[in-house]
Design a protein around this ligand. Structure first.
Ligand SMILES: Cc1ncc(COP(=O)(O)O)c(C=O)c1O
Length: 394
């Protein structure tokens, strides 16, 4: 029978406690102090600690208003790819905004972070003449970086997480003229940061480029939320930065920020850019408003820091949390079934905390990934810490 591996694979997922299911969130709600932190699933309300809306900007009235204004001026749909007639004034304005915010010469918009990453690795991994590119990826890099790199024509090496020494050895043994070091700025499932200053130094010494995926730090880290790569300045800047609009920025889509040359090259050779309808111009317009708020409202970043410190203080010291300066607090539980059980137990206390299991994380490192957002409050954190202490310390 055709494709009879399908049911076998599903059965195997179930037997390993790795079966994945979607839940339908019926609404998010602004009730009193709980602005947008409550989700409704199957008729019940839960305090959400699994959202990537780090700055609490989703459903912000000014962003929604900008979306409406953008829809009236440009329409919801770009109605063509960017190289045909899909590149609107709203896209140009958003590109300019990102460039000015990140102090980068150029920027290119994509419909998702996934496609931006795949496009970048495909485009830079093209084999021109005898020159095969070599990509060096941190082991914990996102699936989209791994897929893009391995599906390209480049040779790919992965270095142990944040292990700059191993990376240095790998670079030394590379004879490619075109070397690219790639890392997430803040790691999505661990919440810790890349050693960007070190990576930049190693890149310069080895005549390599540095690529930073700042999906989880854009908005959250940096004086105006420019992301973790903003600690690098002048000649030490990352050569290319990617970030998605779908997390702290609370809209949808993504950008690659780069120099003039790479920008021109991507417009001509990045297949995911060329052969895809441009992002919604109304969304692009709304995204500009969101970035304005992110630049102006430092209190949102301060609140994450304050509530994160409270969370760690209240959590039983025996609970293992990966140290972080981001919104993401990963509590390693180990076993898949145990992570699922704790997640179910928390649901009964009105808390939503999705269990993260292999293959998203390595075997034996199933975890609860807590995200603390600017719209949580102290009593939310108290409740979360109390329930986690009860569930994990017996
Ligand atoms: C590190 C990282 N890069 C890229 C992406 C993909 O971004 P998007 O959701 O916009 O496709 C994600 C999203 O989950 C991510 O965590």
């Amino acid at each position: 029978m055709a494709f009879d591996f399908i049911s076998g694979q599903i059965t195997a997922q179930k037997s390993q406690a790795r079966y994945r299911q979607r839940v339908c969130v019926q609404s998010t709600e602004s009730v009193g102090q709980h602005e947008g932190t409550l989700i409704h699933v199957d008729g019940k309300s839960y305090l959400n600690f699994s959202s990537n809306d780090y700055l609490g900007l989703n459903n912000h009235s000014e962003i929604n208003k900008a979306m409406e204004e953008g829809a009236m001026r440009f329409g919801l749909c770009a109605s063509a790819s960017s190289l045909v007639t899909g590149f609107h004034y709203a896209h140009q304005a958003l590109e300019d905004k990102v460039c000015q915010w990140l102090n980068k010469p150029r920027c290119l918009l994509f419909t998702s972070g996934f496609s931006a990453n795949v496009a970048l690795f495909h485009a830079l991994g093209q084999e021109v003449g005898q020159n095969k590119a070599h990509f060096f990826l941190d082991k914990l890099s996102h699936a989209s970086m791994i897929d893009g790199a391995f599906e390209s024509k480049a040779k790919v090496k992965r270095f142990a997480h944040n292990n700059v020494e191993q990376l240095t050895h790998l670079l030394a043994s590379s004879d490619s003229q075109n070397k690219l070091i790639a890392s997430e700025g803040v790691f999505s499932m661990d919440g810790d940061q890349a050693e960007l200053a070190e990576l930049s130094k190693v890149a310069k010494t080895n005549d390599a480029w540095l690529y930073v995926d700042d999906a989880h730090s854009i908005g959250v880290i940096g004086e105006q939320g420019q992301g973790s790569a903003s600690i690098l300045s002048g000649d030490n800047q990352a050569d290319i930065t990617m970030a998605t609009f779908g997390k702290a920025i609370a809209t949808s889509g993504a950008f690659l920020a780069c120099d003039e040359n790479v920008h021109e090259y991507l417009i001509n050779f990045a297949r995911h850019y060329i052969y895809s309808t441009a992002i919604s111009p109304a969304l692009a317009w709304a995204t500009i408003k969101s970035i304005d708020l992110i630049q102006q409202e430092q209190w949102r970043r301060d609140k994450i820091i304050e509530l994160s410190a409270l969370f760690i203080k209240l959590l039983d010291p025996s609970i293992e949390v990966i140290p972080t300066t981001s919104s993401i607090h990963a509590i390693i539980v180990g076993d898949e079934q145990k992570a699922l059980n704790v997640s179910e137990q928390l649901k009964k206390q009105g808390l939503w905390l999705t269990a993260i299991r292999p293959p998203t994380v390595s075997i034996g490192s199933s975890r609860l990934r807590v995200t603390i957002c600017s719209n949580h409050n102290q009593s939310d954190i108290n409740h979360l810490a109390r329930c986690l202490n009860k569930a994990l310390c017996r």
